[in-house]
Design a protein around this ligand. Structure first.
Ligand code: CP
Length: 343
């Protein structure tokens, strides 16, 4: 069966959501919806996807493995983190430390075995400038001659972003224009990357929502990413504003997308970051009361989620929580993506 996906997708990398133009994105999500509704079944038999995980994963790993098998793709997963090995990615390094292999060599080798490579990196989280360069995934991109899929890096989680757009479109079939969407920082006992926040900021902006990025002072996202998302929102008929006033941000919103991220003020100085984060543990946790000031807002989160720290049980188990719908859509959106890249 023909997929009707644009031929331009074939053989491409998927590192950021913005790698897809609107026609490609819409086609992928249309096919994902058809596959979800079981109107269309596809096979991409005989292909191999190799995935490298340098960080924990439940959803990304299992949704890609399951989706690949449903398509007839052979999925090979290396849980590098559990196996205790790492790749070097810095240029010109004298490799006398722990990593015994450079990402360049891994990328060139795996390109000879597989039809696509997926990489989940975990940044060193020492220097914000270094982490923003996203060197591991970008080395795979530049050194592989097959599609590279970013399974989450320091900067971006495009597969989560795809599923989040699909979820928004299911929840609001008439579109996001005129609807308020809040991306809210939430507490976490540990500092985590900006990847999901960056990708959702772009996703909601692309959908033309009136986006509010809400966080305490010191947790600003990369200004270049915020500026780009602002331009995207304006071009899509929406807007993007940044606020440290959580209560005002939540007023009348249709969506609360909760996600924690590390402070930028104390990035790499984790004792100070922990002190700063501790000040907002109670005041930024999502509680049922927060939803009272909204238009019966949908509660979104990419998972995993620390219950009663990020959000109360009553929110997560409540009728407006859509986190499992988001998680399910990972499977369908990624299958459609694989059909586009490999079909
Ligand atoms: N949302 C997400 O990527 O989940 P995992 O970390 O479990 O893959």
């Amino acid at each position: 069966m023909a997929s009707n996906l644009p031929a331009s997708l074939k053989g491409r990398d998927f590192i950021h959501l913005s790698d897809l133009n609107r026609e490609e994105l819409n086609a992928i999500l249309k096919l994902a919806t058809e596959m979800k509704q079981e109107q269309k079944q596809f096979r991409v038999d005989g292909k191999t996807l190799i995935m490298l995980f340098f960080n924990y994963s439940l959803r990304t790993r299992t949704s890609f493995e399951t989706g690949a098998r449903q398509l007839g793709i052979n999925a090979v997963t290396i849980n590098a983190m559990a196996e205790g090995w790492d790749l070097e990615w810095r240029e010109g390094t004298v490799m006398d430390g722990k990593p015994i292999e450079h990402a360049k060599d891994a990328a060139r080798t795996l390109s000879r075995y597989a039809d696509a490579i997926g990489v989940r990196s975990y940044p060193p989280m020492v220097s914000i400038e270094e982490d923003r360069r996203d060197e591991l995934v970008n080395t795979f991109r530049s050194c592989s001659n097959i599609p590279v899929i970013n399974l989450e890096s320091a900067v971006s989680h495009p597969c989560q972003g795809l599923a989040d757009i699909m979820t928004l479109r299911e929840l609001f079939p008439s579109g996001m224009k005129g609807k308020k969407v809040v991306l809210s920082w939430v507490p976490n006992p540990k500092p985590v990357t900006h990847s999901v926040a960056n990708s959702f900021l772009y996703a909601a902006s692309l959908e033309g929502a009136n986006v509010v990025l809400a966080h305490p002072e010191g947790f600003e996202l990369d200004p270049a990413i915020v500026d780009a998302a602002k331009k995207t929102a304006q071009a899509s008929g929406g807007s993007l504003n940044v606020s440290t006033d959580r209560k005002a941000a939540f007023e009348g919103t249709a969506v609360i997308y909760a996600k924690s991220w590390a402070s930028t003020k104390f990035y790499g100085k984790w004792d100070k970051d922990a002190e700063l984060r501790a000040q907002f543990v109670e005041s930024w946790r999502v509680r049922p009361d927060d939803l009272r000031h909204t238009h019966r807002a949908k509660f979104m989160h990419p998972l995993p989620l620390r219950r009663n720290y990020v959000a109360d049980d009553a929110v997560i188990d409540g009728p407006d929580c859509v986190v499992y719908q988001q998680a399910e859509n990972r499977l369908h959106a990624q299958k459609a993506l694989l059909v586009g890249l490999l079909g």
